[in-house]
Design a binder for this molecule. Structure first.
Ligand code: NAD
Ligand code: ZN
Length: 368
């Protein structure tokens, strides 16, 4: 059956996001419909609403959700009604060179599914029957969502869905940048630039992986206080420090890993500058397409430095989401403490305004 759902929609870049009642069509072959329980508000949702991330509107926002399956389409064997799932914005064809070598975040056919389901169509329509795009094949800032089975990961029933939702982006992105992309060795020295929802998870990833020094850099002193709780050994307020990179280098002698979790070329340059010999800078933040950065070319060979990107923490979602939840259940990762505030779907525009003000580690929209 087609369901009505309240959803958060971006109608135009740089216009306020709005709550609308949309329709969600039933699952087709290899699809499921979920009743969304919770969805985190990620900076990427805000960037999609401003056009910094260029996803064409009208767009149902949300890619960090969790819920329960309420309907399964033809051919679905891995899910049944009542199953708990986390949404995954990684569309993977399973057949291209990247998918078969175990790198689904690099799927060569995924770009087709940036704002639709993998077959290029959507199950979401507005009250006039016009199609609505969905963020990253998800669009889970909505009471219901129909997803391709590859955009959903089944999880144990015993994890609160509010916490599980955050694994769909912030936790996987931050922790995965450390575990999968950097493969940080115990005893390493690390710096994290930008300790919002993603950066705090890079901090706790570094802690869990056994980093010796973890320096948090942010312009917001409250975020730096949180970073300490998540495992930062040192903090630097970039507002007070004219050259934050120099300050990190002075403290650490040069880090082995620097994580950029802001999304600005100027900060990427700072992260690169903090590296010691043999160091690696990992770029996680998503910058404007026109943004550029620069660094000393000579330092790459002469100091064997590396600069690399990380998309959803280089995840293999079906493997990594349950692995992260297991670390949470064992007490090795904090998820509860990430949620500063919850909002109803009607309050979702407020959640976006609060993110712009930097008020929350994570704001989470919760549904009944
Ligand atoms: P957020 O708004 O929660 O956090 C951003 C943090 O950066 C804030 O604490 C802010 O105070 C800080 N900041 C801003 N300017 C700074 C500066 N000049 N120096 C130091 N800190 C600064 O955002 P988030 O949800 O954590 O997302 C962070 C970035 O990661 C965004 O660009 C987002 O689009 C991106 N992202 C990337 C992926 C990926 O797969 N690569 C996934 C999710 C989010
Ligand atoms: Zn995200």
């Amino acid at each position: 059956m087609t369901r009505e759902a309240k959803a958060l929609v971006c109608r135009d870049w740089n216009k306020p996001v709005q709550v609308e009642t949309i329709t969600v069509a039933p699952p087709q072959r290899n699809e499921i419909t979920i009743k969304v329980a919770a969805c985190g508000v990620c900076h990427s949702d805000l960037s999609a609403a401003t056009g910094k991330i260029q996803m064409p509107p009208p767009l149902v926002l949300g890619h960090e959700g969790a819920g329960r399956v309420v309907a399964v389409g033809e051919g679905v064997t891995a899910f049944k009604e009542g199953d708990a799932v986390i949404s995954s914005f990684i569309s993977m064809c399973g057949k291209c060179r990247q998918c078969v070598r175990g790198r689904p975040v690099l799927c060569e056919n995924a770009s087709k599914a940036l704002v639709t389901l993998p077959d290029g169509t959507v199950r979401t329509h507005d009250k006039d029957g016009k199609p609505l795009n969905v963020f990253g094949a998800c669009g889970v800032m909505a009471e219901y969502a129909t997803l391709h089975v590859d955009n959903a990961v089944k999880i144990d029933q015993d994890v609160p869905l509010q916490n599980a939702a955050l694994v769909g982006c912030a936790v996987m992105t931050g922790v995965g940048a450390v575990f999968n992309t950097a493969q940080l060795e115990p005893g390493s020295r690390a710096a994290v630039f930008g300790v919002g929802g993603v950066g705090l998870n890079a901090i706790q990833g570094c802690r869990t992986a056994g980093a010796e020094m973890i320096v948090a850099v942010d312009t917001n002193s409250e975020k730096l206080e949180l970073a300490r709780q998540f495992g930062a050994t040192h903090t630097i307020n970039a507002k007070d420090e004219p050259d934050a990179a120099k300050a990190v280098k002075k403290l650490t002698g040069g880090v082995d890993y620097a994580f950029e979790c802001v999304g600005a070329g100027s900060v990427v340059a700072q992260a690169y500058k903090t590296l010691g010999k043999g160091g690696t800078a990992i770029v996680v933040g998503v910058a404007d397409p026109s943004d550029k950065t620069s660094f000393s070319t000579l330092s790459l060979p002469a100091e064997e430095r590396t600069i690399k990107g990380s998309w959803l923490g280089s995840a293999r979602p079906q493997y990594d989401f349950p692995r992260i939840l297991a670390l949470y259940k064992a007490g090795n990762l904090k998820l509860d403490e990430l949620i500063t505030r919850t909002y109803s779907i009607d309050e979702a525009p407020q959640a976006f305004a609060d993110m712009e003000k930097g008020l929350n580690a994570r704001g989470v929209i919760v549904f009944d």
